[in-house]
Structure formats: structure tokens, C-alpha cells
Design a protein around this ligand. Structure first.
Ligand code: GLN
Length: 543
């Protein structure tokens, strides 16, 4: 008797016309469509830039750096992948041109190519293909998103690699989905298909015929428009899918399903599955819609306004996971959430009461550098002294410790080593074994670490357990030389590393809710399972 070998199938997602059409969300949603039918999936992002990872990139340009359990600093799209799907990703899920070239060049220096001329094809492309195939064991279907836009010079080796995979594994095992743009031109009163036609032409030139088109647009495409696109792009009309703008990102899988995307994917890949179950998506979307509609006036609806004190406030992508974690917590608590971004530099010139007076809770998120340092301290002092719920994340915890050391422990010049001003009391500092490492990024504590929680603490009643694991991304720690002075003065170190050396969580006993954590809980929040700390923070901040 022959056992049928399990074959991994691939879905390659490319983008055309321009960036920011939502390729990451589309890929995450394709994952959700397949998971709803019981298929095991995995996701991967190929990024054509030369940086090894986005860890060193400016969040203004690149948005948030998302951290995986195994400590990889990755593209923010991996955040969408994990939030939309029941998966835990690893460093293999983000491949950059930098990683690929680094590997090939190191091999060349070691003499591994035995005198060959090392070239983009086949050496770079073979390395890309190897990294795509490395994902095989993780799922029955691997969804691979190619970053950038078709037509960019730097995307070419990646597109060539996926073209080769398709000819290697056959069209029943690998399909191409292309996301394009169909703009509505008000002056003509028409939807225009030309940019889509051109973008498909660009793909054809490099040997890729898309199997399915996702057309980003502000309205549903009529059958006539679909027919026209299908004709010019060599497709069946059913393979032209409307990817309509949505207000709620969690609605994308439902819209794709209504358009028949899962059906056409399965048909093309020749996969048979059970009927899909979208009930959890339907219920979360209807809950969000209800929350968005309700007004405070004349309603029993609970609301909260959270002030986020940071420095990347004009660039919301820099706080993507944070935003989503707050949203998830508000869905769970049935609370209507308003977020106010407050520039920490403004808090250096104006009173916190003026800038944060309308906030029910104050959150100081993670960050790097000393810009707005004193502004954050002033926001935290205001929250602590006025019993306003406070949540400090990573840098937020560090600033809370500095504030407490200065104003409660009376260590007047207490500071963090990250501040440009000199001090004799760095309550936030390198750990001794880190000091000699000089590559930026090389000395960071990255990825998941265990933490032990004290019983009878506020965070224990949130987590309801004593052993947790959370994701880190930071260089500095609470300086162990000051642990006893901080605790003597009432600061509770309610979460510690198992060896008792590193402070992971702080809190105050007499305050309504004043909690700081050294890790980034936002990376583990999910729409269907909000994070305990965010859930409690929103709960105590709402009315
Ligand atoms: N800049 C601080 C550190 O490196 C905090 C980092 C963060 O908030 N992620 O420790």
C-alpha cells in the first residue's frame, strides 16, 4: 500500500502599482481563510532591503519592529500574521536581502564555492529558495509575501526565486496572488483598470502569470469591470477579487470570503477541506461595529481615553502592536476606546494636567534615546501622585523607576544611562556583562524570557498564574544596586527573572493601578485573547 506523501503547498503574494495597499494584511487574511477550514498554515515575509533586519531602522521610516519568541527583530507584518492566525512565528519567517547576501558572501570568503563566480542567479536565488523551503515543516500551506512592489530593481531576485519554485513544484503546489490597485477617478466617474494591467504586464515580463488578482479599491467591482480585468490579464473572472477598503481590519477575511477567495485558492491548489467556520470573525467584527457606533450620551456604554506619551506620535505604524493590544483589551472589556497621543517633548514645556487632564489612563510605551526623557518623567509623576491608572512598557518601566528613585527615594540625580546628562546614580543601567559589547543590537535582551510573579500582587490577579513568558527588546535593566532602596521605599518588584536578578515588573500597592513591565506585552495580545495586563489596564481606566 502506498502512503500519500504530504506535500507542502505555496501561496506567493506580490504587490503592484504602489506600496501601502495592505499586502501584509491581505497575506494574514489569506492565512485566516485557510485556518477557518482547518488547514495548518505558516507565513513568511521576504524583504528586499539590504539591512540584516529592521532592528536598526528608524521607526519613522519603517514602523514598529516586531519581536518573535525566538528573539528575531522583524517586519511589522509578522505582527499581523500572528494576530490573525493561530501560529507562533520564528526568525525563519522574515528573510531579508541582507541576510541572504550576508550568508552567500560569508560562504564565498570561506571558499565554499570552490572557485566559481558567485552571482545573483543562481547563488542568491538558491539561498532565497532554500530559506523558503526551510518553512516546509511548519504548515500544509506556506503563505509567502514578497515585500516591495513589482518593478523595483531590488525585488527581482525574490521574484525570480518564486518563479523557479513554481516550475519546480508545479502549479497545483504553488500559486501567485497579486495585489493591485483599481482607483476610482471622480472626474471621469469611473474605476480605472490600466494600472492593474500594467502591473500584471511587469510580472509577465519576468515570467510570472498571476493566478488570482486582489484588486484594492474603494467600492465593489462590477462583473463588467472584473471581466475586463480578467480579459487583459489572462484570468477567469472568478479569479478577480475585490479587496475593498475597510474600516475594521478584522473584517478583511470576511470580505475575502464573500468574494470567494478561499474557494478559488483551494480550487487552484486542488485542496479539499471541511466547510469554513468564520463565527469568531463574525462575532468580533459585529462587536467592534457596535462599539464604534455607540455614543456615550444617553447610553450605558463604558468609555476610556488613554493618553500615550511617546515620541513617534505622528507615525502611528511605530506603535502598531500597542494600538492593537489596546483595541483587543477594549473589545474584551466592552469599552469604547479613545487614544490621545501626547508628544513627550511637549510635556517638558507644558503641565501634564493641561496635556493629559482628559485622560483616564496614561501609557508610556517602549522607545530609544533620550528625547522627551523629562517629559515622560513628568507624565509618570502626575499619574502616580493623582492616582491615575498608569502602564509603563519597557522604556516606560525604566522611566517610572527613575521617577520613583528621584521623588520617593529622594535620590535627586537618579537617571538612566540612556540619558545624555551625566549622573552618579544610574538606576537604569547596563548589566555588567553587557558593557563590552559594542555592536548596536548585539547587546540587546531579545525574545522570550521567563518571569516569576509574586502572589497577591496586582499583576498576579491579572495573569492568574505565577510563571509567565514574555518578549523583550531592550538594552538596559533596573540596576540591582538599587533594588533594596526602591523596595524599602514601597516599590513592589512584582515580577522577577527566575534567578531573582532582573526586575521584570513593578507596581504600587496603594495606587489604583500603577504597573510597569520590562517586556513588551503588546506582542502577545491577540484579537480573540487580549493580554492580561492590557485587559486590566483598560478595565481600571474605564467608566
Ligand atoms: N531604550 C531602552 C533600552 O534599551 C528601552 C527599550 C524599549 O523600550 N524597547 O533598554
Amino acid at each position: 500500500m502506498f502512503m500519500r506523501k504530504r506535500v507542502t503547498k505555496y501561496i506567493f503574494v506580490t504587490g503592484g502599482v504602489m506600496s501601502s495597499l495592505g499586502k501584509g494584511l491581505a497575506s494574514a487574511s489569506i492565512g485566516a481563510l485557510l485556518e477557518a477550514r482547518g488547514i495548518r498554515i505558516s507565513l513568511q515575509k521576504l524583504d528586499p532591503y539590504i539591512n540584516i533586519d529592521p532592528g536598526t531602522m528608524n521607526p519613522y521610516q519603517h514602523g514598529e519592529v516586531y519581536v518573535t519568541d525566538d528573539g528575531a527583530e522583524t517586519d511589522l507584518d509578522l505582527g499581523h500574521y500572528e494576530r490573525f492566525n493561530d501560529i507562533v512565528l520564528t526568525k525563519n519567517s522574515n528573510v531579508t536581502a541582507g541576510k541572504v547576501y550576508n550568508e552567500v558572501i560569508s560562504r564565498e570568503r570561506r571558499g565554499d564555492y570552490l572557485g566559481e563566480t558567485v552571482q545573483v542567479i543562481p547563488h542568491i536565488t538558491d539561498e532565497i529558495i532554500k530559506r523558503i523551503f526551510a518553512l516546509k515543516t511548519k504548515g500544509d500551506v506556506c503563505i509567502v509575501e514578497v515585500g516591495g512592489t513589482v518593478g523595483d530593481i531590488e525585488s527581482l531576485p525574490f521574484l525570480e526565486s518564486i518563479r523557479q519554485i513554481r516550475s519546480q513544484v508545479g502549479k497545483e503546489n504553488a500559486i501567485f496572488i497579486h495585489l493591485t490597485y483599481v482607483p476610482y477617478i471622480a472626474a471621469a466617474g469611473e474605476l480605472k483598470t490600466k494600472p492593474t494591467q500594467h502591473s500584471v504586464k511587469d510580472l509577465l515580463q519576468i515570467g510570472i502569470q498571476p493566478d488570482i488578482l486582489l484588486c484594492r479599491t474603494d467600492r465593489f467591482l462590477s462583473n463588467d469591470i472584473k471581466k475586463k480585468i480578467a480579459l487583459f490579464c489572462n484570468l477567469n473572472v472568478e479569479s478577480v477579487i475585490t479587496a475593498k477598503d475597510v474600516e475594521i481590519i478584522y473584517e478583511v477575511p470576511l470580505i475575502f470570503h464573500k468574494e470567494g477567495l478561499d474557494h478559488i485558492i483551494l480550487e487552484t491548489l486542488k485542496i479539499w477541506t471541511k466547510e469554513p467556520d468564520f463565527s469568531k470573525w463574525e462575532s468580533i467584527v459585529s462587536k467592534i461595529k457596535r462599539l464604534n457606533k455607540t455614543q456615550k450620551i444617553n447610553s450605558k456604554q463604558k468609555t476610556t481615553t488613554i493618553g500615550i506619551v511617546g515620541k513617534y506620535i505622528e507615525h502611528k505604524d511605530a506603535y502598531k502592536s500597542l494600538h492593537e493590544a489596546l483595541n483587543h483589551a477594549s473589545f474584551d472589556n466592552n469599552v469604547k476606546l479613545n487614544i490621545e497621543y501626547v508628544d513627550s517633548e511637549h510635556l517638558e514645556k507644558q503641565s501634564p494636567k493641561k496635556l493629559l487632564g482628559s485622560c483616564d489612563g496614561i501609557l508610556v510605551p517602549g522607545g530609544f534615546g533620550d528625547r522627551g526623557f523629562e517629559g515622560k518623567i513628568s507624565a509618570i509623576k502626575y499619574a502616580r501622585e493623582n492616582n491615575i491608572p498608569f502602564f509603563g512598557i519597557c522604556l516606560g518601566l525604566q522611566m517610572a523607576v527613575v521617577e520613583y528613585a528621584r521623588n520617593v527615594c529622594k535620590i535627586k540625580d537618579a537617571s538612566s544611562i540612556e540619558s545624555k546628562k551625566k549622573s552618579n546614580n544610574y538606576v537604569i543601567n547596563f548589566m555588567p556583562d553587557q558593557k563590552d559589547l559594542d555592536t548596536k543590537g548585539g547587546n540587546m535582551r531579545l525574545g522570550k524570557y521567563p518571569c516569576e510573579i509574586k502572589k497577591n500582587s496586582k499583576v498576579h490577579s491579572a495573569y492568574k498564574k505565577t510563571k509567565i513568558s514574555e518578549r523583550h527588546r531592550h538594552r538596559y535593566e533596573v540596576n540591582p544596586e538599587y533594588h533594596s532602596s526602591l523596595t524599602k521605599n514601597g516599590l513592589i518588584l512584582s515580577g522577577m527573572s527566575p534567578d531573582g536578578k532582573l526586575v521584570e515588573i513593578i507596581e504600587l500597592k496603594t495606587h489604583k493601578w500603577f504597573v510597569g513591565c520590562q517586556f513588551h506585552p503588546e506582542f502577545k495580545s491577540r484579537p480573540f485573547r487580549s493580554h492580561p495586563l492590557f485587559r486590566e489596564f483598560i478595565k481600571v481606566s474605564s467608566h
